[in-house]
Design a protein around this ligand. Structure first.
Ligand code: ATP
Ligand code: MG
Length: 413
């Protein structure tokens, strides 16, 4: 039996003149990811991408190993731009082949179901049965092989779809939800400020889902933060890369900045001052790596530095849009996504973050800009930023693996 995977596009079908651009990106991404599971023909037609494993020889390609259908199916569910994924049977376009397919393949896919209906689509109008006739014929075959099952056209447990396409007929039953959103790369590149917490990986995932290519920036503060804290962030980026594609994780040390703030400035402003430095460094990094926006995991009112006033004081530093997709979400809602994308367990590992060292006892929740600037003016901001930016190094992360690390572990012991 020739099993294939069918993937339905989402929102991009609504695109007018630009549709081709989105389709090309999506198809390229599906091809890239499927190539990891063996040889397959990946084609787009009628708002569907079909992944057809090559057995032996096919269109100039030879399959030396069998295509890993289970792995490919799970992978397809993580590709942004697809709303539904299903396994399907590809058969010749005649009733004998369709009947044989339904008889052999359908029983295991309808196991445990009490009711069904058939939906037939005939895009090849030369097929001798029209859609209602095809529905009747296929429904009859299913009832004859599964006598316990009933037809329910209004609220069936499962919909069996039979599609007569240009080159073959497809049979499929039920579909899994796809990752949704837009193909990665269709909405530009943004720099995610990635801490070790719960929120920023979710924020990155949400923007990648809207088609944004994610580049990440982490601030460390060695020796106040440890190698383990950085490894945790690398682990988070690895997990994100399963959805977002390759991620370049840049790391900058803010140790000297934090020491200078600690030495020179009023304690209540420590966090806000650090966050303004983070914004300056993030903008420099975004420039260097051509990122049109910044992304943070901030959520309104979650902590003192995320009140409207505090966000205002840090936001004025940014010279480009700052996307905060978690801003209106409750912690529970953020956690739900973080569990779904499997970053939660790593995020809750108890390692320190640079924001949790030198924390003020009474942080300002309603800061006034001129007072923050007054504290900041006690520092040589330009030099501190320049020196911190020189510490930048990059770890390349692809498909759950760190593929290159330009700097060895910093902690000697
Ligand atoms: P998260 O759960 O993502 O750590 P949080 O609730 O701990 O968020 P903060 O520590 O105040 O909140 O950080 C707010 C946002 O600032 C983070 O979501 C992240 O985008 C950015 N941020 C904080 N610390 C760092 C860091 N060490 N490196 C990079 N970005 C950071
Ligand atoms: Mg944090």
């Amino acid at each position: 039996m020739n099993e294939i995977i069918l993937c339905k596009y989402g929102e991009i079908v609504l695109k007018g003149a630009n549709r081709k651009f989105f389709e090309t990106l999506l198809l390229r991404e599906v091809k890239r990811r499927m190539s990891l599971y063996g040889a397959a023909e990946v084609r787009a037609s009628q708002s569907t991408i079909s992944i057809d494993p090559i057995v032996g020889e096919g269109e100039g390609k030879t399959a030396s190993e069998p295509f890993d259908m289970d792995g490919a199916y799970e992978e397809a569910k993580k590709i942004f731009g697809l709303v539904g994924v299903s396994r399907a049977l590809k058969v010749e376009k005649n009733m004998d082949a369709i009947t044989a397919g339904l008889t052999e393949w359908i029983p295991s896919h309808l196991a445990g179901m009490k009711t069904f209906k058939v939906e037939a689509k005939r895009s090849d109008k030369t097929f001798p049965l029209n859609s209602p006739e095809l529905c009747d014929a296929c429904g009859g075959v299913i009832l004859s092989v599964l006598p316990h099952i009933r037809v329910n056209v209004h609220n069936p447990d499962v919909v069996v779809r039979v599609e007569i396409r240009d080159t073959a007929a497809y049979i499929h039953a039920g579909q899994d939800k796809g990752a949704g959103g837009m193909p990665v790369g269709s909405a530009g590149r943004a720099l995610l400020l990635l801490s070790g917490g719960i929120d920023s990986p979710v924020a990155g995932y949400m923007m990648a889902k809207r088609g944004v290519c994610i580049e990440a920036l982490h601030f460390e503060s060695f020796p106040y933060t440890s190698d383990r804290a950085r490894e945790k962030v690398v682990e988070l980026a690895k997990k994100m890369s399963l959805y977002c594609g390759e991620i370049h994780l840049h790391v900058i040390s803010v140790t000297k900045i934090q020491e200078a703030i600690n030495e020179m400035c009023e304690e209540d402003y420590f966090t806000l001052l650090l966050r303004r430095f983070m914004m300056r460094l993030a903008c420099l990094c975004a420039d260097k790596y051509q990122c049109g926006a910044l992304v943070t995991g901030e959520s309104l009112g979650q902590v003192a530095s995320q009140t409207m006033e505090a966000l205002g004081v840090t936001n004025v530093i940014a010279d480009r849009p700052v996307f905060r997709p978690c801003i209106g979400m409750d912690k529970e809602e953020i956690i739900e996504i973080s569990r779904r994308i499997q970053t939660f367990a790593t995020s809750i590992e108890p390692y320190e973050d640079c924001c949790t060292v030198f924390t003020p006892r009474h942080p300002r929740t309603k800061p006034v800009l001129w007072k923050v600037e007054r504290e900041e003016n006690k520092l040589n901001v330009d030099t501190l930023v320049k020196e911190a930016f020189e510490t930048l190094y990059t770890i390349k992360i692809s498909r759950g693996e760190a593929v290159s690390d330009r700097k060895p572990a910093i902690n000697a012991d």
